[in-house]
Design a protein around this ligand. Structure first.
Ligand code: SAM
Length: 510
């Protein structure tokens, strides 16, 4: 463990993620549904513990008029963020290497104050004194009315995983095992414990599911999940108490389907909840009823209510765009309480209305549906579809140049082997999750328009994949050499040129 990281594992960098919940429009949506005012105008956005910064850079590309700052104490992360910014030529985002412990002592005046402050997956992996420093940092950095987003491991859901974290870390520190190896070795050791029917495995029935789940995850993610000195899932009440030092009040869940969690609980559970009045205790009791493991919460520094008519107008003006159709038209929504099924005759017409383009809630309410809809019903239905990713918030980007420049820089890096999976779709103001093969093909076509031919492009794709030491997988079968890869790559190129490329042009990706 290093001398500078206060027990946080810095053996390996984190993953290159994008989390839609950190987008200003998503945070504003939560605030609006909950009747809380959110920042107005060209805002300033801060991410604490920004990791490699890919997510922040994507947000900056989508909001050229906003100003973004990413902070992390790991120089590997900051150097990566700065490199990507330079390659994309973005001027509205920068990264600073800084430790919350130092920032708590004094916030650099030149950095100014922020309208949005986010910290995804950081808080409950820090020791108490560093958490206190992070809260002080938030206090120093936020404007009155600022929106703050925190996601963190929660109790009671993580209770049964406590032995996993403790044993993984114990084995690693005593045997001085390198972090990635410690994860693989640890997973095997838990399987051996299960096979031998250990008392712990019997007493904790969800342990095996957790281990099976770990096997599917990226190893760098697992290092950052488990291999720190500190790992403290918190009750919502504990977290609310700790962050009250930064004058933060709870707004609601950024896992937006959960904004309606209390409404979908079974009657016996609703009766239990009805016995508790205090809002913090109610949140805790919901976590108990659903055995919550991870919370994504939105807070505000100074809860200014929206006046009811303003809230209604803001909801009516909220626009949605079709993103991914549900498979087999099954409208199921995975909430913290489990799966909730939606009635096809309620959801299908709403989705069909989006076939002809983005629609506001106002449009969706006045569309000719079989049954009348209330504002509340429509909002709940659209919130569930937003949660499921069937629709996205529609906020097209006026100045598209920075987003397109970033997309070019991203595909160029992917062609060089960067593990990025996201591009901006400026026409709808959303981030698309995309395959590396499609990004490589886009890079080739942008570089040389003569490759806009499936045979040429397929061959180019294979050449590039082989340089990167990668193969292709066709129907579960691994293809590793030029001859076996080319016919399949040509098929991929046909699909890319006919559909994906044209679609990306419409979405303003290129
Ligand atoms: C689990 S990662 C989350 C990264 C990013 N937010 C994401 O979700 O992709 C936590 C981040 O917090 C940073 N971090 C941990 N302790 C810190 C401290 N004391 N000061 C600043 N950054 C810290 C780590 O370097 C790491 O990048």
């Amino acid at each position: 463990m290093s001398q500078w990281s206060s027990g946080y594992n810095v053996d390996v960098g984190y993953t290159y993620g994008f989390y839609r919940e950190l987008s200003p429009n998503w945070l504003d949506y939560v605030a609006t549904v909950q009747g809380v005012s959110s920042p107005k105008g060209n805002a300033r956005f801060l991410e604490l513990g920004c990791g490699y910064g890919l997510g922040l850079v994507l947000l900056a590309g989508m909001h050229p008029d906003y100003e973004f700052l990413g902070i992390d104490f790991n120089p590997v992360h900051i150097a990566h963020g700065r490199k990507l910014v330079a390659e994309a030529g973005l001027t509205n985002v920068r990264f600073e290497e800084a430790d919350f412990v130092d920032l708590a002592q004094g916030w650099p005046q030149a950095w100014g104050l922020f309208d949005y402050v986010t910290a995804h997956g950081t808080y409950t992996w820090l020791g108490k004194s560093v958490r206190e420093a992070m809260v002080q940092t938030i206090k120093h950095a936020t404007k009155p009315g600022a929106i703050v987003y925190l996601s963190y491991n929660t109790l009671p859901g993580w209770t049964s995983t406590q032995p996993v974290q403790h044993l993984l870390r114990l084995w690693q520190t005593t045997e001085e095992t390198q972090s990635i190896k410690a994860i693989s070795q640890g997973i095997n050791r838990f399987k051996v414990l299960a096979d031998a029917n250990s008392g712990m495995t019997q007493a904790l029935p969800t342990l095996n599911t957790r281990i099976e789940d770990m096997e599917k995850h990226d190893r760098s993610y697992l290092v950052h999940e488990y291999l720190h000195d500190n790992w403290h899932p918190l009750w919502f009440s504990q977290l609310a108490d700790e962050i009250s030092a930064a004058k933060l009040a709870h707004v609601g869940s950024a896992s937006v389907g959960d904004l309606y969690l209390q409404a979908v609980l079974p009657p016996a559970q609703k009766d239990i909840l009805a016995q508790y009045e205090d809002p913090v205790v109610r949140e805790v009791m919901v976590d108990v009823l659903v055995n919550q493991t991870f919370r994504k919460d939105v807070f505000v520094r100074g809860k200014t209510p929206m006046w009811p008519a303003d809230q209604k107008d803001a909801i009516l003006d909220t626009a949605f765009v079709l993103m991914n159709r549900p498979k087999d038209e099954e409208f199921t929504f995975k909430l913290s309480a489990g799966e909730v099924s939606g009635k096809t005759d309620v959801y299908k017409p709403l989705l069909e209305a989006l076939d002809t383009g983005p629609k506001t809630i106002r449009d969706l309410m006045s569309a000719p549906f079989p049954s009348p809809r209330t504002l509340g019903d429509t909002l709940q239905a659209m919130t569930f579809m937003l949660h499921a990713g069937f629709v996205g918030l529609h906020s097209p980007i006026a100045k598209k140049k920075p987003a397109k420049a970033l997309n070019r820089a991203i595909v160029k890096s992917v062609a060089q082997g960067a593990p990025y999976n996201y591009l901006i779709a400026p026409e709808i103001g959303n981030v698309l999750q995309v395959k590396d093969t499609d990004m490589i093909m886009l890079h080739e076509v942008l570089n040389n328009p003569a490759t806009k031919d499936a045979n040429k492009l397929g061959q180019k794709l294979v050449t590039r994949l082989l340089i990167l030491g990668k193969g292709l997988v066709q129907e579960g079968q691994a293809l590793r050499d030029n001859n076996s890869m080319v016919p399949y790559a040509v098929k991929l190129a046909e699909g890319f040129l006919e559909t994906t490329f044209e679609n990306w042009k419409k979405l303003g990706v290129i």
